[in-house]
Each structure stands twice: as structure tokens, then as C-alpha cells.
Design a protein around this ligand. Sequence first.
Ligand SMILES: [Fe+2]
Ligand SMILES: [Fe+2]
Length: 329
Amino acid sequence: MTVQRYEEAYDDPHYEEKLAEFEARIARGEKIEPDDWMPPEYRRQLIRLIQQHANSELIGALPEGTWIPYAPTFKRKMALVAKVQDEVGHAQLLYRAAETLGKPREQMVEELLNGKSKWSNVFAYPAETWADVAIIAWLIDAAAIINQTIMATGSYAPYCRALKRIIYEESFHIKHGYEMIVTMVSGTKRQRDMVQEALNRWWEPIMMFFGPPDKLSVHTRTLQRWGVKPKTNDEQRQEFLSKYVPQIWELGLEIPDPNLRYDENLGRWVYTEPDWDIFFRVINGDGPMSKERIAVRRLAYEEGRWVREALESLAKRVLTQPEPTGIVA
Ligand SMILES: [Fe+2]
Ligand SMILES: [Fe+2]
């Protein structure tokens, strides 16, 4: 199965008919499996989304991973190691889901390393203190789970199945992050200040996490109809604010946006619009840590080359071995 083969679907004389049937299936709430007919644009957008999601899980393991040797207690270290390992596992599940759409994993790895494929803006920032690790585990995982829960209601079955397992683990990450935050805000003034400073640093990147406002988004309506992206960026951002702003305030923390409030008349949260130029610069590879993150991935990829090669040659040898002719008792 190759992506190119499916581009030919546009030349299919029955394209309109098949598209109508495909849309009717989605409207009935059916899920699409890898061998089912799908419009090339559906495949292209899904690959793009799942690949970016996979990249984000893989790169997302790095800001926290850096802190493993400095975890304040053994218990925290064990939890952090487990979380980082989960995130790398999420990347594997997602690359696998993207592969079912016909894109080879090697190509996806290459596109991550050469900057052709994007990853989430939030991981291009440094985790400066232990409080940053707590904010990431609580609020960035919270933002991620909002996005993933919505995506899990989408129409592509392999992605939904991967997300189901991922969400289960992410919800545990949030508990781990929240518990770290509660411990620190109930500690000394210095610990509390650390959390507040970390929140100040991360607030704008988190607001940007859901992507640019709907008015700047190009494909939203078709993607929604096809169940590729069941809710818009703004809807996801509003959901995050409704769920987490009250919790942040309850802990006595201040959100660094004087305009943030829930507007009863509008029925939604109003806030200072983040600087979207910064967002676009960051996702295009110009964030404070973008180059370093990719350099670490490249090093890991190069250092793991011998393992991939050894496994490949072993697989070849096993596959080319002649069938046993009889059983020796
Ligand atoms: Fe994850
Ligand atoms: Fe997570």
C-alpha cells in the first residue's frame, strides 16, 4: 500500500459516488479501517495529524527526561521515568497508526529530523526548574488529553484505538502532575514561587497548544465533517479553560493574563490573544529549544542504527531459512 496509489482515486470515474458513500458512513458514526475506500485528502490530513502527534509524543519526552537525574526523591524519579517511557510508547503507537495509512516509518523519522514534519510548540521550550516538570505533567498533559479525547471520537479506527490506550495513561500523568503541584504549593514560599514562575513561563505556550484561532484555520470545516478533527482549535481551548482555570485559581495561583475571565453573555472565556507570529515561528523550528531537541533525536537515531541493522539482517535470515523437512524426535 502506498500513498501514491491512493492519489489516483481522484481519477476514478466513480469518485463522487464513493465520496458520498464515505461521508454517509461517517455520518452514521461508522469508523473507517485502513483497507476501506477514503478520499486522498482524508488520508493526507490524517497522516499529517497523526505524524505530528507521534512526533510530539517523542519530542515531548525530552523536556521531562532531562530532569530524571535531578528528581528530588526516589519516588518522584520512578514516576518520572515511567511517564517518560509512556510518552515514547505513545509515539510508537501513533507512528504505527500512521503507517496503516501507507506512509513508511523511516520516512516519518527522516521528516522529523529534517524539519519537514512539525511537532507541538510546547516542547520547544526549556524546563528550567523542577516546577516546570510539574506544570508540564499537569497542564500540558491536561491540554493533550482534551485534544486526544476529542480525536478519539474521530472516524479513523486505528487512530481511535491507539488513542484509547494513550488516554488511559495520560490521565494517570495528570494525576502525577497535579500531585506534584499540590505538594509544592503547600510547601515553602520558595516552592510556591517556583510553581507560580513556571506557570508564568508556560501559560502562553499552553494557550497556543491548541493551534491558531479558527478564523486563521484553513481546513477546519471539511476535517470536522470527515471526523478527522471533530472539534475546532477554539472549541478545544475553551474546554481546557473551563476545566483547568478554576483548578488553578483554587490552588491560589495567578494566571498571567489580566484579561482572562468567563463572559456570561458570550458564554465563553475571553483572554488576551497569544502572539501567533511567535507560535508559527516556533512550530517552524525556531523555538528556544527546537534545534537542541532535534539534535538529541538525531543522536539517538544514529546511535540506534546498529540495533536496527542487526534486527533487519536477523529478520532476513529467519525469513529466508528453508522450511524444516521433518520433525526429529
Ligand atoms: Fe503522551
Ligand atoms: Fe503524558
